[in-house]
Unconditional design. Structure first.
Length: 370
């Protein structure tokens, strides 16, 4: 059995890092020369409101130290931003240097709003012939302001990179759990991430889940895809051993992404087949709660129902495909699910996701046998 010190030393050996203090002007020059890059997919996380962007520029002008940014140094020496995207992008946008990585065009330079200490920032730009603008001295001061840069070197273990990004972003307001997971998957295998995004564009899936535009901004539809695949591709023992749902989803997706034997075609067929049957039988009612007193489905999407119904149907997909009367029988099965005490006890509020999933999965597999 290893000691705590041995575990500490082993853990440290997986991460190779360096640190520098750089001026904003130096970072901007690195960005302009493409030595500091932001992947197109990362830019989807850039959604700070104007007020928060203005507060960041206020902090720089007032000389308030900024938190460190973290970059991953590739084998070719290029730095990729893995934490600090909002700060770097806000500064670049304000200075008129931020490039839309999907089009190659520059975003319009931003103007600011009034802040707590600097009311005169209202309408202020970095440099403009028409709008209120910083003075030459203020522009120089901003460019000379320092930011600490933490560099994750190429020798670091790949898993350490995913873990670092998770630790830096979990619980923060800059990214949802799924958005953090997206970047980890991009680090692991871009083609796997693209495959996942193709699955979420499935029309039957969209009809069954009816994810709102706001939920879509936070990648909730992609999270549902990950839940489907993770639950379907995990043993009952693995579900019982789950300590945290989001960590479990991330670990399962990373395992699939890095496993050359993972059959994406088969998984995609099961995914599309499951939602085709569900959409035909129930459409948008698939994952809503069935109210027996009203005799109809009510409310919005229940994640408990999503997990149970998709796991149950996908686990028995071939039998449902062979069932000529699958439409009526499948609707009946979903309705009856809400009458099962084993499901209802787990679907109520206050039950941990880890407890619910482990308890409901075997019930769902048995219940949805045609």
């Amino acid at each position: 059995m290893t000691s705590l010190q041995e575990e500490i030393e082993e853990g440290r050996s997986t991460v190779k890092a360096d640190a520098l203090s750089m001026s904003i002007g130096e970072l901007v020059n690195l960005y302009k020369s493409r030595e500091l890059v932001i992947r197109p997919e990362y830019q989807r996380l850039f959604r700070w409101p104007l007020e928060k962007k203005s507060r960041l520029i206020e902090s720089i002008l007032l000389g308030i130290p900024l938190p460190s940014i973290f970059v991953m140094q590739r084998h070719d020496g290029i730095w990729e931003v893995i934490d600090g995207l909002q700060r770097i992008s806000t500064i670049l946008e304000f200075m008129g240097e931020l490039i839309d990585e999907t089009t190659g065009e520059a975003f319009p330079a931003s103007s600011l709003t009034a802040t707590k200490y600097l009311r005169s920032l209202a309408g202020m730009t970095f440099e403009s012939a028409e709008e209120p603008t910083l003075t030459p001295g203020q522009r120089i001061g901003l460019k000379r302001s320092k930011i600490d840069v933490k560099i994750l070197l190429p020798e670091s273990d790949d898993r350490a990179k995913y873990e670092l990004f998770d630790r830096l972003n979990s619980g923060g307001e800059s990214a949802s759990d799924q958005e953090v997971r997206n970047v980890q998957l991009l680090m692991a295998d871009r083609s796997f991430f693209q495959w996942l995004t193709e699955l979420k564009e499935n029309d039957d899936f969209k009809e069954c889940t009816l994810v709102t535009s706001r939920q879509g901004e936070h990648q909730y539809d992609l999270e549902l895809v990950c839940r489907f695949l993770a639950l379907l591709g995990s043993s009952q023992d693995a579900l019982k051993g789950m300590l945290d749902v989001d960590t479990f989803l991330t670990e399962r997706m990373l395992a699939f992404a890095t496993d050359a034997s993972y059959d994406r075609d088969s998984a995609a067929d099961t995914f599309s087949g499951t939602f085709a049957l569900l959409n035909e039988a129930l459409g948008a009612e698939c994952f809503r709660r069935y109210d027996s007193t009203k005799g109809r489905f009510v409310g919005g999407l229940s994640v408990s129902a999503f997990e149970a119904v998709t796991t149950g149907v996908a686990s028995n997909l071939e039998a449902w495909r062979a069932n000529r009367d699958h439409k009526a029988e499948l609707r009946q099965k979903v309705t009856e699910l809400w009458g099962l005490l084993e499901f209802r006890n787990q679907a109520r509020g206050g039950v941990r996701g880890t407890t619910r999933i482990a308890a409901v999965a075997p019930v769902a597999r048995a219940h949805f046998r045609p």
